[in-house]
Design a protein around this ligand. Structure first.
Ligand code: HEM
Length: 404
């Protein structure tokens, strides 16, 4: 295969119909023919081998701040946003990243998140109890609301505000990682982001005089070595939690349930042995990762996978391709909830390793077990499903299921 025949630019994003429907053959092809692929259209190097992806993400000397990327390169052009503003933690380098992460990480440790499990189970039950139809859209009715309601409860928000909160956060995520937003997506996304900023601003002020145990109070109170988060920082962290956590967890639940419905023997197995749920969710993360790409910026001339790349270039790591590398996973395209080695790259790695990983795991475990217990029969309905077209994310905007 010659260089010019390899997919470039949009063809490697969910904006392309073929990639959106099934990115794995495209990524397998790339891994086989050009494991370090120069995507000239988007000015980035795309890595598809498991070990290269893993090594890049764990190389803590590499940069994440788009302001350090070469002008014109992918990270600078598409993730840079407003270059005058401080980037979020995800796009921050040391020492700022370390400082922020220390101040917000305590509520996200596995032990701290585990304490939310009963509340998450209740949210799942409440959501299931509202489903009356025998045929429903799994995303709109179930996988979509759960993460937003959970994070709203964790932040201690008034249930009356949760409707607007969900719609602002859904709208703002549409532009957050989209290199090609339409004009209306861009303007609606910016308006929703502003609405969220104003909302959090009011919430923080209202909370200052009576702090509770919720996440917002924890961030206001958080202090390490005399250092505290400013109001702007708290707001930016709240935004990041929504942007990084909601659609991704919805997609994990949606993709996970779809994998079960596509593989009825695995569904039966999980119904018979619900204790497999932890392994099943890890396999769901490996098999169909909600985040398909992450990345870093070369801080020096680097050489991952045998290809020298100059400082300032964007290194785009395909998590989806890494998770399907046949050198690491036997029969990577088969979905097996008893697979012994389910480790995956879906939460990234190194110092930017997903802060919400354990929360997402618990939500998916509770949601999927709750759904199966509630509906003894569950199958894909003839109304079908539609994959969403948000680059770097993989999930469905609709997935119709039937319960009879
Ligand atoms: C299935 C659900 C999720 C997936 C697949 C996911 C995936 C990721 C990935 C790939 C990264 C970048 C890691 C890297 O480049 O090394 C990341 C970072 C992050 N995620 Fe998640 N995420 C999920 C859910 C959540 C949730 C629920 C939250 C919080 C409520 C969250 C908060 C964050 C934060 C704050 C970062 C930035 C961490 C840093 O830069 O230090 N994520 N996530």
């Amino acid at each position: 295969m010659t260089k010019s025949e390899l997919p470039q630019g949009m063809a490697l994003t969910a904006l392309d119909e073929q990639f959106r429907k099934n990115p794995y053959p495209v990524l397998d092809n790339l891994r086989q023919h050009a494991p370090v692929h120069e995507d000239a259209e988007l000015s980035r190097f795309v890595y598809t081998r498991h070990d290269d992806v893993k090594n890049i993400l764990r190389d803590n000397a590499l940069w994440s701040d788009p302001r350090k990327a070469r002008p014109g390169s992918f990270t600078r052009e598409f993730l840079g946003g407003n270059m005058d503003e401080e980037p979020s933690m995800l796009l921050m380098d040391e020492p700022d990243h370390k400082r922020l992460r220390r101040l917000v990480s305590k509520p996200f440790t596995p032990a701290a998140v585990e304490r939310w499990r009963p509340a998450i189970r209740e949210v799942v039950q409440r959501t299931l109890d509202q489903i009356e139809a025998e045929e429903f859209d799994l995303i709109d009715t179930f996988a979509g609301p759960i993460p937003t309601v959970v994070i709203a409860e964790m932040l201690g928000l008034d249930p009356a505000d949760q409707g607007s909160f969900k719609s602002w956060s859904d709208t703002s995520v549409k532009i957050a990682f989209n290199p090609f937003p339409s004009e209306s997506e861009q303007s609606e996304g910016e308006a929703a982001q502003q609405a969220l900023v104003d909302f959090f601003d009011r919430e923080i002020e209202a909370r200052r005089n009576h702090l509770g145990e919720d996440l917002l109070s924890t961030m206001i109170r958080a202090e390490e070595d005399g250092d505290k988060l400013t109001k702007t920082e708290i707001i930016s962290q709240c935004n990041l939690l929504l942007i990084a956590g909601n659609v991704t967890t919805t997609d994990l639940i949606g993709n996970g349930v779809k994998a079960l419905l596509d593989n009825p023997e695995q569904l039966t197995l999980l119904r018979e042995r619900p204790e497999l749920i932890e392994n099943a969710v890890e396999e769901m993360l490996r098999f169909d990762s909600p985040v398909t790409n992450s990345g870093r910026i070369a801080n020096r001339e680097v050489n991952f996978g045998g290809c020298p790349v100059h400082a300032g270039e964007s290194l785009s790591t395909s998590l989806a391709a890494a998770n399907h590398d046949p050198d690491v996973y036997p029969q990577p395209a088969s979905f097996d909830i008893t697979r012994e080695d389910t480790h995956h790259q879906s939460f990234g790695g190194g110092r930017h390793l997903c802060l919400g990983a354990h929360l997402a795991r618990i939500e998916a475990q509770e949601a999927i077990l709750g759904l199966l217990a509630h509906f003894p029969i569950l199958r894909l309905s003839d109304r079908g499903y539609v994959y969403a077209s948000v680059p770097s994310f993989r999930g469905m905007s609709e997935c119709w299921v039937a319960t009879s």
